[in-house]
Design a protein. Structure first.
Length: 120
């Protein structure tokens, strides 16, 4: 039986941010269903992210993608700067949209205090 959902969310595995992300999705994706991907560094390993997006598109016919990076990301180490995160988020969006032009991709940077900032 086919089953569809609205979106996919990609975020880092870091436990410090999971409550923030859960509260954010409760508020902002209240009436939506979504697949959930947790990878160290979020979109840092873009090839792996693309495989998950492929599955989501194929099986669940998603329409939206939410990519969340965060402050002080261990997977980035010293490279974890707002500029680097914003660059990698934009690169991920471009890669996803070049394969799936109809997908709406939303980018966010999450601060240690739980504040979400829209990127791009
Ligand atoms: Zn992280």
């Amino acid at each position: 039986m086919p089953h569809f959902c609205d979106a996919i969310i990609v975020c880092c595995i870091d436990f410090r941010f999971q409550n923030y992300i859960r509260n954010w999705t409760d508020e902002n994706l209240k009436n939506k269903t979504f697949d959930s991907v947790g990878l160290a560094g979020s979109t840092k390993d873009l090839e792996t992210v693309m495989k998950q997006v492929d599955v989501s598109v194929k099986l669940h016919h998603i329409k939206e993608v939410y990519l969340i990076h965060h402050e002080e990301c261990g997977a980035y180490g010293k490279e974890s700067t707002p500029i680097k995160h914003s660059k990698d988020l934009k690169r991920a969006k471009e890669t996803i949209n070049s394969k799936y032009p109809d997908l709406s991709v939303y980018l966010f940077y999450l601060y240690l205090d739980g504040k979400f900032e829209k990127v791009g």
